[in-house]
Write a new protein. Structure first.
Length: 65
């Protein structure tokens, strides 16, 4: 029973990471379109943060299987 809960939590984390990545891409695109370097950099930072979290999830997944 615990395994199913763990898999759901992992999926939840992956969805959150994807949402953060998409938010970052939106910020980056808006920053580029409006020539707002600060917003563009913030978007790139959000994407990098999401990538690191996703890498951590991938490592956890590798040890589960």
């Amino acid at each position: 029973m615990t395994r199913g809960k763990v898999e759901i939590m992992g999926l939840d984390d992956k969805l959150k990471n994807t949402a953060e990545d998409l938010k970052g891409k939106g910020k980056e695109a808006t920053g580029k379109a409006t020539d707002d370097e600060k917003l563009e950099a913030e978007g790139k930072g959000d994407q990098a943060k999401s990538d690191l979290k996703q890498a951590g999830e991938n490592v956890k997944d590798a040890f589960k299987h």
